[in-house]
Design a protein around this ligand. Structure first.
Ligand code: UDP
Length: 249
């Protein structure tokens, strides 16, 4: 698997944003569902501690490096990924390519009202984009089957699942079988909030310098504990990333 890097047991594709979007466009032509996840260091730490979750991630057709920590890890492991390929950026690229075509997207996740607002904003930003439906991300387990039916009935072939990680990946693993017309399902975390404008993305300067985590920490200090995953991840990759257990095939 020379186009993937084994990061603590998770096989991350060595792709740029554009290459990821190219792959997704190809996925539309194949008659099956493709799962796309964009793990950051926090999620790779979850997978490191939980082999079942690592297996679930590895079951995706495309896994991209979301976050500077993952990009650095790929360099340490000798299979450098050229750039961070965040779910939000890939989603924007794909939306730009499918606007005005027969493809349509279903927006699933976020607090009540957020997906509807994101729909309005996306229709402005990507003229001709078809948004097949919306559904907020707060539901009881017994409502899951109805959500799957709603997505199927919408006719969407692209699905954004925005429940935060690892919830969105677990939701997709549970429901992938039931999704009929969907060809690409992407777990894209808080992207609907950014599309809707309810959360601002870090300014470009922070992203370009690998400091988006710092911007988020300033804006959302309650994330501090979660963010400790980043240094823990760096140390774990340095100590164990090159061991036999995680060798590059
Ligand atoms: N969310 C949801 N259902 C839940 C929990 C979270 O729809 O049960 C949404 C939440 O409203 C937010 C997103 O999932 O829009 C999580 O964003 P967060 O920034 O925590 O995720 P990350 O991008 O860090 O994975």
């Amino acid at each position: 698997m020379k186009d993937k890097v084994n990061i603590l047991g998770v096989y991350v594709d060595m792709v740029s944003i554009k290459q990821a979007a190219d792959m997704i466009m190809d996925f539309f032509g194949e008659d099956k569902l493709h799962k796309v996840y964009t793990p950051n260091s926090e999620i790779l730490m979850v997978a490191y501690k939980d082999p079942e979750f690592a297996k679930l991630l590895n079951d995706a057709e495309l896994l991209t490096a979301d976050g500077i920590g993952v990009v650095y890890a790929s360099k340490i492991l000798g299979r450098p990924i050229t750039e961070r390929a965040a779910g939000y950026d890939i989603a924007c690229d794909v939306l730009d390519r499918i606007k005005g075509t027969e493809h349509s997207v279903f927006l699933f996740g976020g607090k009540p009202g957020v997906a509807e607002l994101a729909k309005e904003k996306l229709e402005e930003a990507y003229p001709g984009i078809k948004i097949a439906g919306t559904r907020n991300g707060y539901f009881k387990p017994e409502e899951e089957a109805d959500i799957v039916s709603e997505i199927n009935n919408s006719g969407a072939d692209l699905l954004f699942v925005c429940l935060g990680a690892p919830k969105q990946e677990q939701w997709l693993a549970r429901n992938a079988q039931g999704l009929q017309g969907v060809r690409v399902a992407m777990g894209v975390g808080g992207s609907l909030d950014v599309f809707a404008g309810t959360v601002l993305r870090a300014p470009k300067w922070y992203c370009d310098h690998g400091l988006e985590w710092f911007y988020r920490l300033k804006k959302e200090p309650w994330r501090a504990k979660r963010m400790l995953a980043l240094p823990k991840f760096a140390v774990t990759v340095l100590l164990h990333g090159r061991s036999k257990k995680y060798k590059q095939d």
